[in-house]
Design a protein around this ligand. Structure first.
Ligand code: NAP
Length: 279
């Protein structure tokens, strides 16, 4: 029997996830499919009913259904509970759906691969997270789990940044948006989680000259792959971590749960997605 998984969203045509999972299905010779499913918000509950009934082993959830999936699945992993959004659903043998969020481990896995797993040591490292949307929440949870000493969040809408401090009031703080340029001197890792720098959006307007020479700069925008922020970081000789790695690594746990094989993020896979992004 063909094993079936999905990515559900609305719209969904832009999703690169079928390319990623299709690559792994072929590489491992799995008799399976990973299908794009376009489902409007008012039909999402019915779609989950089909998954419970056995139409799929599970799948990925993207905009605009991540919060609805959080409310509607039968069980949540502790990480999904903390993040408040679900991007991966796994159907159990009993038909119950478990919701997980793999954005946090995906971001951290790519960061560790890019900077070395010993960076920074436990209880060290100060991160500045720019933005406080859904992706930022996952990243702050990932950085907390990774053991960073402090995480400062700056967002255009201050209240959304303040909400993130509830994740860990000791280690997560708010910085006013207009104070961003003054505070770079003690930042070890700067992460852009806003849409700024994405194709069709203005770049993030921030001079990096205040960052220490050892600092790393990560951007979770991956279209374009080299955002103006990452280009500026490289120009200053700083380590630059792109957003594509997060997208690739967040896909690993889902594939493993549905198809029973832990796949690798290989240079081949990356090259395939880069070719698609730049086509
Ligand atoms: P979201 O929940 O809508 O949050 C958007 C964030 O961007 C908010 O902090 C928002 O600030 C900020 N923003 C938007 N326009 C801005 C502007 N003109 N000036 C200042 N701030 C602005 O979206 P999300 O789901 O977090 O996604 C954010 C970005 O991450 C997107 O580009 C998405 O493609 C990317 N992403 C990448 C991955 C990956 O795997 N690499 C995964 C998820 C998301 P306000 O709160 O003030 O509106």
């Amino acid at each position: 029997m063909t094993l079936r998984a999905f990515v559900v969203g609305h719209p969904i045509a832009h999703s690169r996830s079928p390319l990623i999972h299709g690559h792994w299905l072929a590489a491992h010779g799995v008799d399976g499919t990973y299908e794009r499913v376009d489902v409007a918000a008012d039909a999402f509950a019915e779609f989950l009913g089909q998954v419970r009934a056995g139409a799929y082993l599970g799948g990925n959830v993207t905009i605009p259904h991540k919060e609805a999936a959080f409310r509607m699945v039968d069980r949540l992993t502790p990480r999904a509970q903390r993040i408040g959004a679900v991007n991966t659903i796994v159907r159990g043998a009993d038909g119950q759906l478990t919701g997980d969020n793999t954005d946090a481990p995906g971001f951290i896995a790519h960061l560790d691969r890019s900077l070395g797993a010993d960076w920074p040591g436990r209880g060290e490292g100060r991160a500045l997270v720019i933005g406080a949307g859904g992706a930022a929440r996952a990243i702050v949870v990932g950085l907390l789990e990774r053991g960073l000493a402090s995480i400062t969040v700056a967002n255009r809408t201050r209240e959304r940044a303040r909400a993130l401090t509830e994740l860990d009031p000791e280690r997560v703080r708010v910085l006013d948006w207009d104070r961003l340029p003054d505070t770079l001197g003690d930042v070890d890792l700067l992460v852009n989680t806003t849409a700024l720098g994405m194709k069709g959006h203005p770049p993030l307007d921030l001079q990096l000259s205040g960052l220490p020479a050892h600092a790393a700069v990560a951007d979770i925008v991956y279209a374009p792959l080299e955002t103006p922020l990452l280009a500026a970081a490289r120009e200053k000789g700083l380590a630059a971590v792109d957003g594509l790695g997060m997208l690739l690594h967040q896909a690993v746990p889902g594939f493993e749960a549905w198809f029973g094989i832990r796949p690798e993020v290989t240079p081949d896979l990356r090259a395939r997605i880069v070719a698609d992004l730049t086509a």
